[in-house]
Unconditional design. Structure first.
Length: 349
């Protein structure tokens, strides 16, 4: 705040520009597109901002220009093993556009998910990226109607008007089960929580399709409370306590964290040998999958590539919403294919 004629007035961009000896447009670029400015110009503006105590009013800017510098990102597992890599790729792309990303964790709650969508809508963000728990396409369609672009992340959209970037998890589940069947395994266990989550259900359905086409092979669903290392260890301990004839001879875990816990517990118990007694397959190919005590066979999914593609598509959607010709056309629905990575947890030397 500055005092003028005995009154306190809010510091404006023009005040900063005058003190820094630059144009108001340069001050705006300093906050929203700093790459356009030289180091010397950025330094002068920073000194003026510090001296005047200036704080930009992005809400006013959004109302004035119709463009917000903010992207919203909603994920259901911020602490998941793959989310940080995806989020980092999105952030890098958003930052390159001189914009900002606000992340939200819906904690697996559809109600919380919708609350965040409502919050981002009230803030008039430029766009929303969401890895959804529930079906949010109707809400996203309403947001598009008043100018907020959106992209579904890690789930294929059902509506042709909704842009999405996904992974073919049905194919991934089929790859995992087919590999186990080819190793001669007959009693496969599928280990996961949140079976109602579409990404998990798709992996299960892919595995079931492989099992149904293999005579004599069965699949047991083994539920766990969460997809974590600890849950995997508890699951393995319970399986090890079963009579040998009642144990599965292979486990397909819905993510690598579960599989790592399973392998660790089996090795520690010395009751079950991996892969001689039970072969184990994970999903995602996280960094630790190759360095476990028994290197983990897994399904590789392209985390960073997905994040970059999601951000690229969102900016294309923002441009499309600004074009009268682009709004009603079917939107892109990109899909990555997973791949099988074979290691020692399923194939004996």
């Amino acid at each position: 705040m500055r005092e003028r004629n005995g009154r306190l007035n809010r510091v404006t961009i023009r005040d900063v520009a005058e003190l820094a000896r630059v144009s108001p447009a340069s001050v705006s670029n300093y906050f929203h597109k700093p790459r356009k400015l030289s180091d010397a110009t950025r330094q002068r503006i920073q000194q003026a901002v510090d001296a005047l105590g200036f704080m930009p009013n992005d809400a006013a800017r959004t109302l004035r220009t119709g463009v917000s510098p903010v992207i919203g990102y909603i994920a259901f597992e911020l602490a998941g093993a793959t989310t940080p890599e995806i989020a980092a790729a999105i952030e890098q792309r958003v930052s390159a556009e001189g914009m900002y990303m606000l992340m939200a964790n819906d904690t697996g709650s559809e109600q919380r998910e919708r609350s965040y969508l409502q919050l981002f809508a009230k803030q008039l963000v430029s766009g929303v990226i969401i890895a959804p728990v529930g079906n949010v396409e109707a809400e996203l369609a309403r947001m598009r109607s008043f100018g907020i672009a959106s992209v579904l992340s890690a789930r294929r959209a059902e509506s042709p008007e909704q842009a999405s970037v996904s992974i073919d998890h049905v194919a991934g589940g089929k790859l995992a089960a087919t590999h186990l069947i080819e190793q001669g395994r007959k009693r496969i266990g599928f280990v996961s929580s949140s079976l109602e989550l579409k990404q998990v259900a798709d992996r299960l359905n892919g595995a079931l399709s492989a099992v149904r086409s293999a005579p004599g092979v069965t699949l047991e669903i083994i539920p766990v409370p969460e997809r974590s290392v600890e849950a995997g260890m508890a699951c393995a301990d319970a399986i090890a306590r079963r009579p040998a004839a009642e144990r599965p001879d292979a486990l397909f875990c819905a993510n690598d964290l579960l599989a790592i816990g399973v392998v660790q517990a089996f090795v520690s118990s010395e009751v079950v040998s991996v892969p001689a007694d039970i072969a184990v397959v994970g999903y995602d190919d996280i960094e630790f999958a190759r360095s476990t005590i028994v290197p983990l066979t897994t399904i590789r999914t392209p985390h960073a590539e997905l994040g970059t593609a999601v951000a690229d598509l969102l900016f294309a959607e923002i441009d499309a919403l600004g074009s009268a010709d682009g709004v009603d056309l079917p939107r892109p629905q990109l899909e990555f294919s997973p791949e099988l990575v074979v290691r020692a947890s399923t194939v004996q030397p």
